[in-house]
Design a protein around this ligand. Structure first.
Ligand SMILES: Nc1nc2c(ncn2[C@@H]2O[C@H](COP(=O)(O)OP(=O)(O)OP(=O)(O)O)[C@@H](O)[C@H]2O)c(=O)[nH]1
Ligand SMILES: [Mg+2]
Ligand SMILES: [Zn+2]
Length: 356
């Protein structure tokens, strides 16, 4: 690669960014390794350093998705001495892991940017849930990254339980690679290590307590991240509180994450296409192009469900997920419409007052 920034490839820079980078308002490009309120920990070829957002940046950007998050590339003016650098601009994101922000705003909460792979972690002991897995898969595909599924705590279930969970995942049409692992028995860690490629960025997501930080500690080979056992926090609490980008010895970049609660679903089409590719595939045999697969004559999807080629449960999940994402999109449009109607109402109410 002919690049002005080859020295950044070690921390994830590649042709995609190179092609889009046309010079910026500062002297250096760096990658966000962690965010702590308005303080950023940045990383470049020289190591890590701290920075904050330039005043002009804060003035121009207000949505939380416009602010730098872990994994982002930024233009930064480094301070010649030890003081904070100033971030002036965010570079375009190749991938964006995000979820709907809480409340009814139209903003999104960023989880991580420019990750190549997302490792969706579920514990096969109590935490395993196919529907939640499918929601995560939608989020990952929607953000433009590739998913892995990782089942942890295999030491806590009988082999038959694990086998049936694996079969369930496959029966649901999930095509992502599935790995299994036990931190206690130290089984599966080497398989995971072999999977991680140098200069690629991997983001670990999943419920609290499934073992994300324990795994990353195993990959590093020491207790760098706090885990539940060490911190001794109460059950149900989140042990990891901040996202952090870490370079492994083998050269892969990993991001730890606090456990996630349920999240809103984004972008029906692109995301759903990934985890329901079998349904989308069957749909090409439907008589009508705009078939909704809910009762039209000549519907190939319903035929496949009736013949048992597609599982009823997987089909039901598909409908449910589709409904939810349509709802999310609709509610946004409706909200805008409501706002306009309300504006009109205020206007006419004012007019009424004047006319009296
Ligand atoms: N039996 C068993 N316990 C494990 C395994 N992996 C992790 N644990 C334990 O599970 C607990 C939670 O692990 P963490 O690594 O803190 O989980 P986390 O996913 O990082 O949790 P949050 O940071 O809250 O999101 C700790 O007590 C670990 O020792 C495993 O493979 N088997
Ligand atoms: Mg953790
Ligand atoms: Zn159909």
């Amino acid at each position: 690669m002919k690049s002005r920034h080859t020295d950044l490839t070690r921390i994830g820079w590649n042709e995609w960014f190179e092609e889009r980078e046309k010079g910026g308002p500062a002297d250096t490009i760096a990658r966000v390794a962690a965010v702590d309120r308005d303080l950023l920990l940045l990383m470049d070829q020289t190591g890590t350093f701290r920075a904050k957002l330039a005043g002009s940046y804060l003035y121009r950007h207000h949505l939380s998705q416009e602010l730098p998050c872990v994994g982002d590339w930024v233009w930064v003016k480094k301070h010649p001495t030890d003081e904070l650098g100033l971030v002036h601009m965010l570079l375009e994101r190749r991938t964006a892991l995000r979820r709907k922000a809480a409340g009814d705003s139209i903003d999104y909460q960023m989880i991580a940017a420019n990750v190549d792979y997302v490792i969706i972690v579920q514990s096969c002991h109590y935490d395993f849930n196919l529907k939640r897995l499918e929601r995560y898969l939608v989020m990952v595909r929607d953000g433009g990254a590739d998913p892995y599924v990782l089942l942890t705590k295999t030491d806590l279930v009988e082999p038959v339980v694990l086998a049936s969970q694996l079969a369930e995942i496959r029966a649901a049409g999930v095509t992502a690679p599935v790995l299994t692992l036990s931190n206690v028995r130290r089984e599966g860690i080497d398989d995971l290590k072999r999977t991680l490629r140098s200069s690629k960025t991997y983001c670990f997501v999943g419920s609290s307590g499934v073992g994300k930080s324990t795994i990353i500690n195993q990959l590093i080979g020491r207790e760098r991240l706090q885990t539940k056992g060490v911190s001794g926090t109460g059950e149900g609490r989140h042990t990891t509180v901040r996202r952090e980008l870490i370079i492994l010895e083998g050269g892969a970049l990993v991001i730890d994450n606090p456990g996630m609660r349920e999240f809103g679903i984004l972008g029906a089409e692109s995301g759903i296409g990934g985890s329901f590719s079998d349904i989308i595939g069957s749909a090409s045999g439907c008589r009508y192009r705009n078939c909704s697969h809910t009762g039209e004559p000549g519907c190939a999807v319903l035929e496949a469900v009736n013949s048992g080629a597609l599982s009823q449960e997987h089909y039901d999940n598909y409908l449910k997920l589709r409904e939810e994402s349509e709802f999310h999109q609709m509610s946004y449009v409706e909200k805008r419409k409501k706002d306009r109607d309300f504006g009109r109402y205020i206007k006419s109410a004012k007019k009424d007052l004047k006319n009296k």
